[in-house]
Every structure is written in structure tokens, then in C-alpha cells.
Design a protein around this ligand. Structure first.
Ligand code: GLU
Length: 316
């Protein structure tokens, strides 16, 4: 028993790509930051396939991800958790929130929403409020469609999404929310970051055809996999506000977060899967070694592909 007091606290982290294309240098960086932190702390590195979008995710991409990770020298401690195999768990979480009166079906199409945003801007003379990703907040209100009308629309097969009633959710939680963000290194000291989920409005938690969303499944999975440290790119920093809120509502633990820098192209944009030039596959085919990748990722983005590189310079 006494020994347990001196053991370092558990450190379980994960890399959670969507198998909808080849990994690029940004993914390699995230996977390496995770795997190296697990290595330094004697912790556990897990893998998760975020494959809820059946139209874009493919088994061959999953196989390629495993191959790329192996090539980088990264070995997960267990076979990957596939989100597509856990829809019942997400549906249960959604049902719990529904039982608390915090989610509702919304039937507006994307064009209904776009039109309402434009009309709202014209009527008020002010720009619509946007979420941290730049999308306008849902411009309608839960009260807009009555319960009976919702039942009729569902029965008629009208497409819908399930949205979180943000105001009701915040009222349910009652007080301020925050999350521990590890500074400098994933295992470093934490600062409490105040969460501001309201900036996302009534977020989508599920769709008629897919009973979950990124936000809902990520919190269910991080808890199910016992993740103590969520190490991921800075692009998901603000989404953490929604995740912390969902964790509180669902009675799930809030892990420590560490949002690492992003690998950007020469014009300062995030790397994308649609640009094959920075895919690990292309770099491998061009003769790069795993050591080269590790070395490049230590460099500032502007120096990633020096002119004298022996490898084909990615066009970005
Ligand atoms: N699937 C997400 C991505 O590929 C990562 C989600 C996360 O780490 O929370 O960007």
C-alpha cells in the first residue's frame, strides 16, 4: 500500500485520427507528442478511430494509419477503439441528456439556417454571432417548433439533428466550468482554463442518421478508455469548453488537457488531408525516414522543407 503512494499517477493518452484519408505531418506530430509523453511518464498510449462518418471513413485508411504509426515507431498499447462499434453507448449518453430535458430535435436545413443568418444580419444591421470556428450560431430557438409539430415532422421522416439546449445545460450545471490545461509539456503543471461553452450556441450532438457527433463521442470515449491526458492540436482548444460541459452533465471525469502547437504550411494554414504533398505516404515514397520526420517536426514550420532537402518539396 505504501508503495502506491510513491507511484506516479496514471498517465493514459490517446491519438484519435479519423480514418478518412492518409496521415499527414500534423497527425505525425500529434501522435509523436502523445507517444513520447507516454514514454517519458511510463504511461499508456492508446489509439482511437474516429470513424462515425461511414460515408468517408474506410478500413483501408485505418490499415494505412496503423502502417504509418508503425513506421514512425509508435506502438499503441491495445488495438484501436472504433467509434463505429460503440453507437449504443453514444445513444445512451444522448438519451440521458434527453431525459434531463437538455436536447431537442431541430429540423432546419443548412440553407434554412444560412437564410435566417443573412436575414437576421440585415434586420439588425449587425454581424451574426459566430462560434470559435467561425460558423454562425444556430439562429433559431428551441421554442420555435412545438412538441406536437416535432413529433409530426419526425413521423414524416423529415431530416433533423439533435441539439443541446445550451441555456438549459448551463442552468443545470449552475456554476462556472474550467479544465486543467498542462502548460509547456503534457505532463507539466496545469493552469485552470475557464470554459465558455455558450460561445458555441446550441451545438449538434447527433443526427437522424448518425446517433452521435464528434463532441458527444469524444467525451464518452475519453471516459471509456480511461484517458487521463488529452493531448491534441490547438485547433480543438475552444471545443474543450463543450467537452467539459458534457462531462459535467454526464457525470464523467474531466481529464487534463494539453493543446499542442499546429504544424502549418508555408502560408500559415493548417495541413489538410486533401493535400497529398504532406502525407506521410508521399514523404515515405520520396525516401524520407522516420528520423527525418521527427527532426523536421522539431523545426519551425517555415523550416520544415528546406530548399536543399533531398526529398521532393511538398507543394503547399
Ligand atoms: N479526430 C480528431 C481529429 O482528427 C481529433 C479529436 C481529438 O483529439 O479530440 O482532428
Amino acid at each position: 500500500m505504501a508503495d502506491a503512494m510513491f507511484q506516479s499517477p496514471a498517465f493514459v493518452c490517446r491519438f484519435a485520427p479519423s480514418p478518412n484519408g492518409r496521415l499527414h505531418l500534423g497527425h505525425a506530430f500529434s501522435a509523436l507528442v502523445n507517444a513520447e509523453a507516454a514514454g517519458r511518464t511510463g504511461g499508456t498510449f492508446l489509439l482511437r478511430m474516429e470513424d462515425i462518418d461511414a460515408t468517408r471513413c474506410r478500413p483501408e485508411h485505418e490499415a494505412a494509419i496503423l502502417d504509418d504509426l508503425g513506421w514512425l515507431g509508435i506502438v499503441p498499447a491495445a488495438p484501436p477503439r472504433r467509434q463505429s462499434e460503440h453507437f449504443a453507448e453514444y445513444a445512451a449518453a444522448l438519451a440521458r441528456l434527453e431525459g434531463m430535458g437538455l436536447v431537442y430535435a431541430a429540423f432546419e436545413s443548412r440553407s434554412d439556417i444560412a437564410r435566417a443568418v443573412i436575414e437576421g444580419e440585415a434586420a439588425s444591421g449587425r454581424a451574426a454571432q459566430r462560434d470559435p470556428d467561425g460558423a454562425p450560431l444556430y439562429p433559431f430557438r428551441r421554442a420555435g417548433v412545438g412538441v406536437a409539430e416535432r413529433g409530426r415532422l419526425k413521423a414524416a421522416g423529415t431530416p433533423y439533428v439533435m441539439r443541446l439546449d445550451m441555456a438549459a445545460a448551463l442552468e443545470e450545471v449552475g456554476g462556472a466550468l474550467s479544465w486543467p490545461e498542462a502548460q509547456d509539456a503534457p505532463e507539466g503543471p496545469c493552469a485552470a482554463i475557464p470554459a465558455d461553452p455558450a460561445q458555441w450556441g446550441d451545438v449538434v450532438l447527433a443526427r437522424k442518421e448518425v446517433p452521435t457527433s464528434y463532441h458527444l463521442s469524444v467525451v464518452v470515449d475519453d471516459a471509456a478508455q480511461g484517458i487521463t491526458h488529452v493531448i491534441r492540436g490547438m485547433d480543438l482548444f475552444h471545443a474543450t469548453s463543450v467537452h467539459v460541459l458534457l462531462q459535467r452533465l454526464l457525470g464523467l471525469p474531466t481529464p487534463i488537457y494539453h493543446h499542442h502547437r499546429l504544424i502549418l504550411d508555408e502560408s500559415g494554414h493548417k495541413l489538410s488531408k486533401s493535400n497529398s504533398a504532406t502525407s506521410l505516404a508521399a514523404l515515405r515514397a520520396g525516401g524520407a525516414t522516420a528520423q527525418d520526420i521527427r527532426r523536421w517536426l522539431d523545426l519551425p514550420a517555415s523550416a520544415l522543407f528546406p530548399a536543399d532537402s533531398p526529398y521532393p518539396t511538398p507543394r503547399m
